[in-house]
Design a protein. Structure first.
Length: 285
């Protein structure tokens, strides 16, 4: 199929883009950056935006830098920007490892980090990353700028706290401690498919005990989130199989799993238990 007719607008400045979005949002105007999520659903006519505001000519939206406390990722930064180290911090290795699991190479060359978050697919690796690490979203409109915490940003399947006239201009990811460990695992039926469940974990070890654990789960519920019950099971324990299995079991018990034509709740709970345990095991490598 082919998309329904639409008008493409190409602003040259951020101010022009925000003015267009303010004017056209009520007419189902959409932002176009990488287009790797929007264009396919337009081709199937699951979305029929009358206007596309293409932000690829706007200088400054490709910003990718650190102020020493957080990594700022602009709205035009591609997935492929994380194939190599993006910052001198353990966060760089985490992002590089996660990026390799996103779809296929051609999609990573075009799709954007911020676009993935704005699309808010529950299976998105970057949505899971933002939720686990406590990212801050910077939304801009003609009305001004506001910061949205990751915990408040994701509101459900492909639903966010962005107003229709707001552009997700950048995302700020906190840097990790120098001694932080991380692990990631996801399960999909085929390489490149959307993950049916995924987990990202980070923690530190002091005096042989785990502290500051963060355990995120994606794909299993309507939005990715941290699982506090699993973190509690991990903190204060020595890293290893007993603690990892306890945290994985706590995570599987805590989720409210999605059910669809591929899975039932019990199966997805099993997946959550597996991906959390494997992510924790990966953290030791």
């Amino acid at each position: 199929m082919k998309p329904a007719p639409f008008v493409r607008h190409v602003p040259r400045t951020l101010q022009q883009a925000l003015a267009m979005l303010s004017q056209l949002a009520g007419q189902d105007g959409r932002i176009l950056a990488g287009g790797q999520s929007l264009v396919p659903i337009m081709a199937f006519r699951l979305a029929k935006p009358a206007h596309l505001i293409d932000i690829n000519e706007i200088a400054g939206l490709d910003r990718l830098d650190s102020d020493g406390t957080a990594l700022t990722i602009g709205a035009r930064v591609r997935h492929a920007a994380f194939h190599g180290p993006a910052v001198d911090n353990p966060l760089a290795a985490l992002l590089s490892y996660v990026a390799r699991h996103i779809a296929h190479y051609p999609i990573r060359m075009r799709g954007t980090f911020c676009g993935s978050l704005a699309h808010a697919d529950p299976a998105s690796e970057w949505c899971l990353t933002a939720a686990t690490l406590g990212a801050t979203m910077i939304a801009k409109s003609q009305r001004g700028e506001r910061e949205i915490a990751a915990a408040d940003f994701f509101e459900g399947i492909m639903s966010t706290a962005l107003a229709e006239d707001e552009l997700l201009a950048e995302v700020r990811l906190p840097l990790l401690a120098a001694d932080a460990k991380f692990g990631f695992n996801e399960f999909s039926r085929r390489a490149g498919d959307f993950a049916m469940a995924s987990s990202l974990v980070t923690y530190r070890v002091a005096d042989g005990k785990i502290s500051e654990a963060r355990i995120g789960v994606g794909g299993a519920e309507s939005s990715p989130r941290r699982i506090e019950e699993a973190e509690s099971a991990l903190n204060g324990q020595p890293p290893g199989d007993p603690a990892f299995r306890a945290a994985a079991l706590a995570a599987s018990d805590a989720v409210d799993p999605l059910e669809d034509h591929q899975t039932n709740a019990e199966y997805r709970r099993d997946l959550v238990r597996a991906v959390v345990r494997r992510a924790l095991e990966h953290s030791l490598t």
